[in-house]
Design a protein around this ligand. Sequence first.
Ligand code: HAM
Length: 419
Amino acid sequence: MEIKAIRGFNDILPDEIGKWQFVEETVREVFEGFGFDEIRIPILEKTELFIRGIGEATDIVEKEMYTFTDKGGSSLTLRPEATASMARAYLEHKLFTFDPVAKLYCIGPMFRYERPQKGRYRQFYQIDAEVFGVANPVVDAEVILMLIHFLRQVGLEKLELQINSLGCRECRPRYREELRAFLSKKSFQLCEDCQRRLQANPLRIFDCKVQSCQETIVDAPKVSDFICKECDHHFNRVKEHLSMAGLEYVLNPKMVRGLDYYTRTAFEVVSYDLGAQNAVTGGGRYDNLFQEIGGRDIPGIGFAIGMERLISLLPKNKGLKRPLDLFIAVQGKDGKQDAFRIAHQLHLERIRAEFDYEEKSLKSQMRRADKLNARYVLILGEEELKKGRAILRNMANQSQEEIPLQELVQILGRKILRD
Ligand code: HAM
């Protein structure tokens, strides 16, 4: 029986790869321009990192992690996100000794055992950016500005930036109790999962998709009404700086984010073109994460963009597959070796050239050139070859000219650049 890929794990096929490469190149250009450096972190980590980093009472840790015991008996987990791993790497390699401020990004696959549907997969890719070591609200605004600039650079429009403040260790416990008290009175309306969440982590109830839970939470107290003076001041400065940069945002007091490490600023970018899974990006500040995983008091802020969702929103003209520059067609038996030699010469010059490995009629070679969308076809005819010449056909307008083979690289180079 034919073996198929695992449910929720996708192949990214050559036809789509241009879009992925375009996005990745734009990430590098934009993020590096904002002072970020790339970091690459392992896909597997000790399970403990995510339990302590993301929080035990989150959906990710409770039910979505790919966790297994390796042959040495250690509990390992395929990373469900990158923030905790990046923070671990920053601590482990003492990156703060060079400069306390680190601006890092990474691109790669994440794994969550969620129910697959459009826009939600079990292996999905994230573009992740983090700033470690700055508590100042100016950096919150700067990170959001970079994110929006990047999304515009790849051609995304009709996006909405939603922001909220989730408070801190001082003020959030008070809010949590208030919320618990409010929801306890209506607990009979909550689904089984939320009845449990009510005790363990009532903020998670905001994320529940069950209709009766959504209705119950409508009038619930909002975290923004409970934040302390310092958190309020921080949030006002973030908003001021966003406005100063001319960025529009929507306040969403119900946005709580699905990971426990967040403090103060939280944000999401949603697209109304995406359907149910409409968040392209999620992020925020996490001033206690480092204490949870390593005992150091280091603030942090960042975001992650879901690449599949981003790519599904790209304009059609972005990241097109690179066309074939030249197809070499051979007339007669002796031209094969010339085709091989010329193709190799062109490959060294990074000109995409193809020829038929098997002997075929000229008609069938032209059909293949057409199918492969070749921009030019070089026809190696016996008579012309004797004179060191060949026919170059422009497939867009069907015009042809005879050219000296010695000048092929220069001629093609000029034409390809010009078109
Ligand atoms: P998150 O909200 O869990 O945050 O994920 C960020 C983005 O990843 C989502 O907005 C979505 O686009 C994409 N995403 C999440 N799960 C899936 C899935 N199953 N299939 C496809 N796309 C998905 C985080 O991961 C945080 N680490 C973000 C962050 C970085 N916060 C601070 N720094």
